[in-house]
Design a protein around this ligand. Structure first.
Ligand code: FES
Length: 913
């Protein structure tokens, strides 16, 4: 049979039951992406005879005799981009870009009528990164990108360097490569929340045709580790084995089957015979801390670094500043309440996965969807007793992370198989596995008690926070520390107390997720302060404004002052001024009969993690007079590659096109902690600044010596060094390179930053919402976000980060919920059961940036990737409180939950209660 793809005939027959998506990828059309394999996300959209189809649902054999177009065939034969491709480039209509091919194919097929109704037209197209505003602008032809002159890149709307590859489907993500002789891995997972494996028989599985190996706990190292990746491995408990003889949540790995095909590996999994001794399980963290509860990890506290294993406490935070009892005694008004946040999934469109092989030098090479290639290499070396130079870890373009890929969830088991078989092996999670085999946001229960004098001065601020870290403690203690820290420190109050517990249960593990615990606790604190202000008869925003810390004030949390943390720039006052101005503007009325209210919330976040975060960068002149910039950090849509080029271009007086970035590869620099904790700009960017500045000095020093002119008379101009009277003479950089080479000089320089000292960034959000009391339907009438990002290096891109963070937070505020049933099983393991925000769900948010310049960050910049998420849920809940008179304490604020509360309040009022 023949299928024509992008004008070329393909004669390969599909396998029985094969879908068009996998068929196309096997023919090398890697622009066709897998987001869900269930027709929910649209990432695999292609045209069949001009009609858009989800290729994951379309049987390949039905394409016989038809013409298929993928994103690679969307441009004209002479290479001219299709108008929608040009639109996505000009508007920067993507971040990670994993959804882009599907969006392009969907949009390219829309007629005028459909284009006029984008909420309907984009119903089957999910984007997890952008918040859809940039997508809409791309479709509407709004141009945002600029073309600045040499040396003027900083602060301008430069597009991502990978843009042309993203819109043509040639950007290479983790699995977009052809590896000869590749074997496929599938995982057998536990059906029990807690059980001991008493016997495991692999004989039948090994007899399945095509199966090469079945790995069980007998094959795994005895060593325990944490899947969390941190610069200091001691930040996390060592409670995990590659394969264990005890399972602690439904979905935990039990065995790995490696075979010629995914189908054979799946059949092998079904043939593995496992005998379990089922053990009692505990699913609730408060129950887990009670005496007699089943113990999740019966380990030695000191060696495993578990706070209190027999109480199921993975880590805890306790601290008091001042005298909390005296503070409450001093208060005229006290408010206390318990707030709860739910499990949320990262839902990056590219699932977790890795492909690994032994290279021609005999090195283990792992290509993985990771935010932390260097830390993953270090962990693999520790696990398998390998020297650092025998392992290489690389990341291609990563299709979204949001903290979820600050883990080693797949690389360890793939490496085990490769080391055993000496053959290339691939493991790619399904969308369902993302829900029960990856990590989630930590669900929190937070009891807040706050007191203030009648004049609105805070006197006491107390938290008791309990997080459910699930079956493993990856990130659990650190998330709890962070959650209790900046949430208290942003307010000036002499008496503070926090008690936090990260608690093990027999449920899917939680991990790092945008905001790292702050979003959960700030939902509670900002709601409680809003309520306290109302009880004092004060405007909630002005009450908060009265109590926030000011510039130069110490940031006191319950752990005392962190010595390397400073307010190196202060924009919180400007954030609040923007919100005051928005409130003062004439307001759009809500629909007739609806309740309308407005609310705000604010947040502060450190611009990097405590304990250091390392980036090494090397900048070098190339023979053609352009520059090479080697950075360790990964690009997963956070846009740091763009910013690194901008910083380097500014220092080297050139344009970004003349700077090539090599990244995400343990071979290119000495070390990089990774792209997490909002460090891509403030840490790796600072190392880039130092390397570029040092290279500029190297170039000028060499030019002065070579030309025998005064160093002070030399300066970099685009593609040359200018020298002589009035800078009238020039030596092109490529000539300079040749001159240096002739004398053996190296025109290169290194930059390093250790991530400390740190500054703080601020955000505030304001909503005006309307609620239908008859149905609970909610509508956002206006959404305003204001961010103190210091010097904004790329306003278009930074705005996208804010919008994407707000959109994710709105999903978590309104409906996203990873539900776990009474057995401990995730019962929302598909996009059609776990609802992600669609285009129609997300209103336009007005984004404002303050005018500040940070004394620590590179060129005055601060971080802005996690923090926009944090104030959204409390701002919405506060607006809902203003509209309805009801304080909602549990997320998500679903329509049925709101309606039930309104209905109950109405019943109480009618009955005079
Ligand atoms: Fe849309 Fe990342 S840019 S999913």
């Amino acid at each position: 049979m023949t299928i024509e793809v992008n004008g070329r005939p393909f004669d390969a027959d599909p396998r029985p039951g094969q879908c068009l998506r996998t068929y196309l990828r096997e023919q090398g059309w890697f622009g066709v992406k897998k987001g869900c394999d269930a027709g929910d996300c649209g990432a695999c959209t292609v045209h069949v005879d001009g009609e858009p189809v989800h290729s994951c649902l379309y049987p390949a054999f039905r394409a016989r005799g038809r013409s298929v177009t993928t994103v690679e065939g969307l441009a004209s034969p002479d290479g001219e981009l299709h108008p929608v491709q040009r639109g996505f480039l000009d508007a920067q209509g993507f971040q990670c870009g994993f959804c882009t091919a599907g969006l392009l194919m969907t949009t390219a097929a829309l007629d005028e009528e459909q284009l006029a109704d984008l909420p309907r037209a984009l119903k089957g197209s999910l984007c997890r990164c952008t918040g859809y505003r940039a997508v809409e602008d791309a479709i509407r032809g709004v141009r945002h990108t600029e073309v600045p002159a040499a040396g003027e890149a900083v602060g301008r709307n430069l597009p991502a360097p990978a843009g042309p590859q993203v819109v043509t489907g040639t950007a290479r993500y983790t699995f977009d490569l052809d590896v000869p002789g590749l074997l496929h891995m599938k995982l057998l997972r536990s059906p029990h929340a807690h059980a001991r494996i008493t016997a495991i028989d692999t004989a039948a599985a090994l007899r399945v045709p095509g199966v090469h190996a079945v790995l069980t706990h007998h094959d795994a190292p005895e060593r325990h580790f944490s899947t969390a990746r941190h610069e200091h491995p001691t930040d996390d408990p060592d409670d995990t084995r590659v394969l264990d003889d005890t399972v602690r949540h439904i979905g935990q790995r039990v065995a790995a089957v490696v075979a010629d095909s995914e189908a054979a590996a799946e059949e092998g999994c079904r043939a593995v015979e496992v005998a379990y001794e089922v053990l009692p399980a505990v699913l609730d963290p408060e129950e887990a801390m009670r005496p007699g509860a089943p113990v999740v990890h019966a380990k030695d506290a000191a060696t495993a670094r578990i706070s209190r294993p027999h109480d199921n406490v993975a880590g805890e935070v306790h601290g008091e500043a001042g005298d909390i009892a005296a503070g409450f005694a001093e208060a005229d008004e006290i408010y206390e309440e318990t707030f709860r946040t739910q499990r949320v999934q990262h839902a990056a469109l590219e699932t977790h996965g890795a492909v690994a092989w032994i290279d021609e030098d005999g090195r283990l090479t792992v290509r993985t969807s990771s935010q932390t290639p260097f830390l993953t290499r270090r962990a693999l070396c520790a696990l398998y007793d390998l020297p650092l130079d025998r392992v290489r870890v690389v990341a291609g373009r990563v299709g979204g992370g949001f903290g979820g890929k600050q883990e080693m969830l797949v690389e360890d088991i793939v490496a085990l198989a490769v080391l055993r078989l000496r053959r290339p092996v691939k493991l790619e999670y399904t969308r369902a596995e993302q829900f029960y085999g990856a990590t989630t946001r930590h669900p929190f229960t937070v009891h807040v008690k706050v007191g203030a004098r009648r004049d609105g001065t805070l006197t006491a601020f107390q938290l008791r926070a309990v997080s459910n870290t699930g079956a493993y403690g990856n990130h659990g203690p650190a998330v709890m520390f962070h959650a209790c820290d900046e949430s208290l420190a942003v307010y000036r109050c002499p008496n503070k107390k926090a008690d936090g517990y990260a608690v093990y249960t027999h449920t899917v593990p939680a991990g790092a997720f945008r905001g790292y615990g702050l979003g959960q606790v700030v939902f509670a604190t900002e709601s409680a302060l809003d309520e306290l202000a109302r009880r004092l008869g004060m405007d909630p925003l002005e009450f908060k404004a009265r109590n926030i810390i000011g510039p130069g004030e110490p940031m006191i949390s319950t752990g005392g002052e962190e010595e390397d943390l400073h307010i190196a720039s202060y924009g919180l006052d400007q954030c609040l001024a923007v919100i005051r101005a928005a409130r003062a503007e004439p307001a759009e009325p809500g629909p007739d009969g609806w309740l309308v209210g407005e609310g705000a919330a604010l947040a502060m976040i450190a611009t990097g993690p405590p304990g250091g975060h390392i980036a090494d960068v090397r900048a070098a002149l190339l023979p053609d007079g352009t520059f090479d910039l080697a950075v360790g950090t990964a690009e997963f849509g956070n846009g740091t590659t763009t910013v690194h080029r901008q910083i380097a271009a500014g220092e080297l007086a050139t344009t970004v096109e003349r700077i090539t970035v090599r990244q995400s590869d343990t071979d290119v620099v000495r070390h990089d902690t990774g792209a997490f904790a909002s460090t891509g700009v403030v840490v790796a960017g600072k190392a880039t600044l130092r390397a570029s500045r040092a290279l500029a000095a190297v170039l000028l020093d060499f030019a002065a010596a070579h030309l025998r002119v005064a160093r002070a008379d030399c300066r970099l101009v685009d593609e040359a060094v200018a020298y002589g009277p009035g800078g009238g003479s020039r030596i092109p950089l490529k000539e300079l390179y040749a001159a240096a080479r002739a004398v053996g000089a190296d025109l290169a320089a290194d930059g390093h930053f250790g991530g400390t000292p740190r500054s703080v960034a601020f955000n505030a959000h304001w909503f005006r919402v309307a609620v239908d009391p008859g149905t609970g339907e909610m509508r956002i009438l206006r959404s305003v976000h204001t961010a103190d990002a210091g010097k904004v290096m790329n306003p278009m891109q930074c705005r996208g980060q804010v919008e994407g963070g707000v959109a994710q937070a709105l999903g978590a505020t309104l409906f996203e919920d990873v539900r776990v049933d009474g057995r401990g099983a995730v019962d929302t393991a598909a996009f059609r059961r776990y609802r992600l925000p669609q285009y129609a769900d997300i209103p336009r948010t007005e984004v404002h940036f303050t005018q500040t310049a940070d004394a620590i960050g590179p060129l005055g910049a601060k971080s802005m990737s996690e923090s926009p998420f944090i104030p959204v849920a409390p701002a919405f809940a506060n607006a809902l409180r203003a509209a309805t008179g009801l304080r909602f304490t549990d997320l998500p604020l679903t329509r049925d939950r709101v309606w039930l509360a309104l209905d109950a309040a109405g019943t109480r009022a009618a009955e005079g209660r």
